[in-house]
Design a protein around this ligand. Sequence first.
Ligand SMILES: NC(=O)c1ccc[n+]([C@@H]2O[C@H](COP(=O)([O-])OP(=O)(O)OC[C@H]3O[C@@H](n4cnc5c(N)ncnc54)[C@H](O)[C@@H]3O)[C@@H](O)[C@H]2O)c1
Length: 403
Amino acid sequence: MTNVLLLENPHRIASEILESAGLNVRVVKGGLDENELIDALEGVQILGIRSKTEVTTKVLAHSPSLEVVGAFCIGTNQIALGTAAERGIPVFNAPYANTRSVVELAVGEIIALTRRLTVKNSMLHRGRWDKTAANAHEVRGRTLGILGYGNIGTQLSVLAEAMGMRVLFYDIEEKLALGNAEKAASMADMLSRSDVVSIHVNGNPSNKNLIGSEELALMKPGSVLVNLSRGFVVDQVALKDALDSGHLIGAAVDVFPEEPKESGDPFDSELQGMDNVILTPHIGGSTIEAQHDIGAFVAQKLIDYMALGNTSMAVNVPNLALPVTPSSAARLTFMHHNIPGVMAQLNEALASTHINVEGQGLATMGSLGYAITDVSTPLPPSVMERLKLSNANVSARCLNLQM
Ligand SMILES: NC(=O)c1ccc[n+]([C@@H]2O[C@H](COP(=O)([O-])OP(=O)(O)OC[C@H]3O[C@@H](n4cnc5c(N)ncnc54)[C@H](O)[C@@H]3O)[C@@H](O)[C@H]2O)c1
């Protein structure tokens, strides 16, 4: 029986999918500390966690039955990825499952700021009827500048154009412009021509204070800024100054240079107390739909690895998925040290037993290699024994393809 331990309560779709694949699932609501986790992992092949559980080198060293880890979240910093790779344990996450949620929040904030909704809302709550159109615009026809045209930036580009916005983008990489979006000549060009600037760059440390007082000064008077990327990308004091002076008429900020660890913790920011600023506690990707999609995506990755050896989109081992040919009876997966002669060893082990190879694939990543080989008849134990004794062996598995 294959045992699964799911910690930190991922969306229930995850356990439903894993159970329907015939796996024995144990769900624990909270996280576990290092020693509790080691105890709980006895006899467990599949571990599912979210962001709080630390899968340390010690946990991996004391969990000999563990074969694969699923991070039901986006980040994987909580896992000793290198050690997991050395032990032949792939780690999967769900990097794109919340993209749409972030984009929808950005769209909502762009409309809210362009229509001055937060200001009108605050005034009315304070008992003041301020029925004017001053500074309130339709988004149709206005220019959205997207800084960072990756997964989120490109999705936003599509939705913004559907609302009639003109899209201008700037990215340090060469990117295909979607729809009618226009590539700006430089970041300065993009900043100076946009009515709304939405930031979606990645968390590269070189992006620290990418937007400071000089860049804000380049933005159009009366424009607005949205940041749902990383807190350190925008100089918070410079942003407050630009808002105080009236140069920017609004901002939406979901990410901060310093963020509290736990929900319910106190929070402090230069930007608090301003009617024209939307502050949200890093919830860009936090929706029921994103949680559902993360649960379904990672659960399926775990099943595909256990049943077929597929590692496509694993974060720490070579990515490989081999289609199953109908004539194959068994699949041999071989995670190995990337050294000369490994494939010869593998194929000699098969040739010595006169087994026909139906399909084979190899991927490498640094010092690690991964080969999947489909064969026409069940594998004799001698092949697995030979591979496990190989100087290149990290982990070898034999999967039955005849369902
Ligand atoms: N608020 C949230 O809850 C939330 C949720 C998910 C992702 N995010 C953040 O959103 C950001 C974007 O995510 P993604 O999945 O689209 O990432 P991505 O890696 O797909 O795209 C980032 C893009 O930014 C570009 N880039 C990097 N530095 C740049 C620079 N200095 N100038 C111009 N372009 C630059 C990259 O070339 C890339 O195209 C990340 O920082 C991520 O952490 C936030």
